[in-house]
Design a protein around this ligand. Structure first.
Ligand SMILES: Nc1ncnc2c1ncn2[C@@H]1O[C@H](COP(=O)(O)OP(=O)(O)OP(=O)(O)O)[C@@H](O)[C@H]1O
Ligand SMILES: [Mg+2]
Length: 245
């Protein structure tokens, strides 16, 4: 299997605590990973180390074999993040926000044109429709959307980014069951317009152990350490409940 990311002997210590320690993981193309563990176990810290927004104090992370500290912005664009706070730009419309996903592949002039109005309509609408939202919200301001709609716009922006790996921090929090199913299917590429080059791999933190078996792999953290890393179908209920005690 082809390795996309390798996390090697990674720890992150702050003055007062160790947030994650001795982490070793390989993420392969096609992996759909559920990242679980109780509050404070290190899930967000690990996701932020993988997407390069946090630097570990020891160890290294590689993307396609290269240390991510040496990867260009263009290479790092292959890792797309769904942040807990979504990081949408309130001053821009839905369509302009979605287009922001393509910024890394476009020129400075293109970025300026996107600030003045919606461009590349067709590509933008394709991503909007892929997350189950209709064309008539494309010119709406972000502040007018419900929280579930905002989350889907952030996912549409990820589709526009054409990344290889999606790193998603608690994408299912505060969503109704129908929306959880919709978003899960997009992340797992079960319900996606085949002409979109959506990510083949994902690592997703969640607080819903009942969703683990939808993923093909589960990683469990306890006190900043990996204590489970296995095929999600072979992990036992005992191993999962041990994470929460
Ligand atoms: N900015 C920070 N500086 C220092 N320590 C931090 C910081 N953010 C988090 N921590 C600590 O790092 C550890 C891991 O936190 P983290 O946010 O990664 O956990 P989590 O598993 O994502 O929790 P939750 O499920 O509540 O989101 C915790 O002990 C936490 O207190
Ligand atoms: Mg967290």
């Amino acid at each position: 299997m082809s390795k996309l990311i390798e996390v090697k002997n990674v720890s992150l210590k702050s003055d007062t605590n160790t947030r994650v320690r001795d982490i070793n993981i390989s993420i392969n193309i096609g992996d759909h990973i559920a990242l679980v563990g109780k509050s404070g176990s290190g899930k967000t810290t690990l996701l932020n180390i993988i997407n390069g927004s946090l630097r570990p104090t020891t160890g290294e992370v590689t993307l396609n074999g290269k240390d991510i500290r040496e990867c260009s912005d263009n290479k790092m664009r292959k890792i797309g993040s769904l942040w807990q706070d979504l990081r949408l730009i309130e001053e821009l419309t839905v369509g302009q926000n979605i287009n922001c996903g393509a910024l890394g592949r476009r020129s400075f002039g293109w970025a300026i044109a996107n600030l003045f109005g919606l461009i590349e309509h067709r590509e933008c609408l394709k991503c909007l429709n892929a997350v189950g939202l209709s064309n008539n919200i494309v010119n709406m301001n972000i502040e007018k959307l419900s929280s579930g709609q905002k989350k889907r716009v952030a996912i549409a922006r990820l589709l526009r980014q054409e990344c290889d790996l999606i790193v998603a921090d608690e994408p299912f929090s505060n969503l109704d069951p129908t929306l959880i199913t919709t978003i899960l299917k997009i992340l797992l590429r079960e319900q996606i317009d085949k002409s979109l080059s959506s990510a083949q791999s994902c690592i997703v933190s969640l607080h819903r152990p009942e969703l683990i078996d939808k993923f093909n792999r589960v990683i469990g953290l306890k006190d900043g350490r990996i204590v489970v890393d296995s095929d999600s179908l072979s992990v036992s209920k005992g191993e999962i409940s041990n994470l929460y005690c």
